[in-house]
Design a binder for this molecule. Structure first.
Ligand code: ATP
Length: 234
């Protein structure tokens, strides 16, 4: 069993008076892929946002490389090596593909990822590197968003809804990039609505239901019945 890289301990999250997460415990090792599944509003994005330093969180509730980091702001979390591919991609519309990728290098962490490696992973981006990023297809924009996060040379890549709104063939191309990312020792957390996709790629699955962990385990060890019960809460 590999050492824990990132873990949460009774993670809670609030939007004003509304509590979105009620004590989430997660654990992730280097190179591992954890999929967070769950119905709309279950708290998946909130969980990723908390890990990325975008939600007010108690210090002890998130531990990275043995140190509590729950109280760090997003830019410090990124500097430590946790990068987010946000829902909706959030590319800079006035910047080219290459400029968007270079924004990701601002964290100035050393490591294997640079423009050449990102273009090697997603060759379609190289041909369009001078093009405004938002004129690309949805799938290519998603590749830019992943590439931008990789440019910070993260130890953990957090991906929110990679397949949302994309055609299955495009989703396949995007998911085809994950093994190369993991080979570099990068741990990946994906939030995924497509349960089949999540089960196919994950080492470990966590199903959230109304802000709580309803089920956790390795995909092969979970039955369809267990998953649908945890997903729908019936
Ligand atoms: P989805 O797949 O719909 O994005 P999710 O599982 O990612 O769902 P979250 O987006 O984390 O769920 O939302 C969890 C809960 O927090 C929901 O009840 C949602 O309405 C609420 N919520 C999310 N963002 C905000 C916000 N900015 N302000 C208030 N409540 C929010």
């Amino acid at each position: 069993m590999s050492a824990t890289l990132l873990s949460t301990h009774g993670l809670t999250a609030h939007y004003g008076d509304f509590q979105a997460l009620y004590g989430i415990d997660l654990s992730l090792a280097s190179g591992q892929l954890l999929a967070i599944i769950g119905a709309n509003g279950a708290g998946k994005s909130t969980c990723l946002r908390s890990l990325a330093g975008l939600m007010p969180t108690q210090r002890q509730q998130i531990v990275f490389e043995g140190e509590p980091i729950g109280d760090l702001p997003a830019h410090k979390v990124l500097e430590r090596g946790i990068a987010l591919v946000p829902e909706g991609r959030r590319l800079f519309p006035s910047l080219s593909v290459e400029e968007n990728l270079l924004v990701g290098a601002h964290a100035r962490r050393s490591g294997p990822w640079n423009l050449a490696r990102v273009y090697g992973l997603f060759p379609a981006l190289k041909e369009r590197r001078q093009t405004p990023a938002t004129t690309l297809s949805g799938g290519q924009q998603q590749m830019v968003a992943i590439g931008r996060a990789l440019m910070s040379n993260p130890k953990v890549l957090l991906c929110d809804e990679l397949s949302l709104g994309l055609a299955p063939i495009v989703v396949r191309d995007i998911y085809a990039g994950l093994p190369a990312i993991r080979e570099e020792g990068v741990a990946v957390v994906i939030v995924e609505q497509d349960i089949g996709q999540a089960l196919q790629v994950a080492d470990q699955v966590v199903c959230l239901l109304e802000g709580r962990v309803a089920l956790t385990g390795e995909p092969d060890a979970l039955t369809r019945e267990q998953i649908s019960q945890a997903y729908f809460g019936v």
